[in-house]
Ligand binder design. Structure first.
Ligand code: PEP
Length: 261
């Protein structure tokens, strides 16, 4: 059965004290939940993954060291293992620190840093080679949705960025569908829009790989997902959880999202 996942992308937010307070508050909530055995609305506990800024990774890994059901990852990873790349961080470094995941292809990286699918494919290759599981982000921009190109845009991103992997490699990948028009805008995709795209992604995986690969792939929704709308989104059959930006910065809100299954 595929994993349910709630991931928090802190982006470039929070000072060290704020970040550590947020992490400690969430750890207490998750500890309590595990102690009482009280899961979410549908009785399921998702895996939780934190994506803090690089500089806090080590501290987060100390807090959640060997903590089952909680992963820690980077928001980005370089496509080379090492070398003269001032300011960059490699998958080899992330793994040596104990991190398990990295976001790859977040729309802010695509838009602000010109990362294209070819580069993202190289990042995925290096991440997987070094034991880092990529969370590959895809999603259309508003004009693309308005001109009915959204399915094709996401299909192209998947084909170029991901579908060159073999099926064994694909097992270590998570997909996040994040319509760009919904990220940080307060304009969430409707549950039907999310479901429709997630089902499309799953169908593409089935056609390229197998029914088993499609069934086992965790596909997260991201884009203004919050404590109020998470349950309805997560109730969709092909939505396996969320990649949460703004609402992951408040412990109460993020914890309510964790409990939304
Ligand atoms: C994101 O940045 O991945 C994201 C989904 O942001 P937000 O939840 O703030 O829309």
């Amino acid at each position: 059965m595929r994993k349910k996942i709630v991931a928090g992308n802190w982006k470039m937010n929070l000072g060290l004290d704020e970040a550590m307070n947020l992490a400690s508050e969430l750890k207490v909530k998750i500890d309590n939940q595990l102690d009482t055995g009280e899961a979410g609305v549908g009785g399921e506990l998702p895996e939780v993954i934190f994506f803090p800024p690089y500089v806090y990774l080590s501290r987060m890994l100390d807090i959640f060291h060997n903590y089952e059901g909680v992963g820690v990852g980077a928001q980005n990873v370089h496509h080379n293992e090492h070398g003269a790349h001032t300011g960059e961080v490699s998958a080899l470094m992330l793994r040596s620190l104990g991190a398990n995941y990295s976001l790859v292809g977040h729309s802010e990286r695509r838009q602000q840093f010109g990362e294209d699918d070819e580069l993202l494919a190289a990042k995925i290759a290096t991440a997987l080679k070094n034991g880092i599981k990529p969370v590959y982000c895809c999603g259309e921009q508003l004009p693309e949705r308005e001109s009915d190109k959204h399915f094709q845009v996401v299909e192209d991103q998947l084909k170029r960025g991901l579908f060159w992997l073999d099926e064994t490699q694909l097992k270590n990948v998570i997909i996040a569908y994040e319509p760009v028009w919904a990220i940080g805008t307060g304009r969430t995709a409707t549950p039907d829009q999310a479901q429709e795209m997630h089902a499309h992604i799953r169908k593409l995986i089935m056609e390229k790989y197998s029914a088993e690969a499609a069934e086992n792939m965790s596909i997260l929704y991201g884009g203004s997902c919050n404590a109020k709308n998470a349950a309805e989104l997560f109730a969709q059959p092909d939505v396996d959880g969320g990649l949460i930006g703004g609402a992951s910065l408040k412990s109460d809100d993020f914890f309510r999202i964790i409990q939304s299954f």
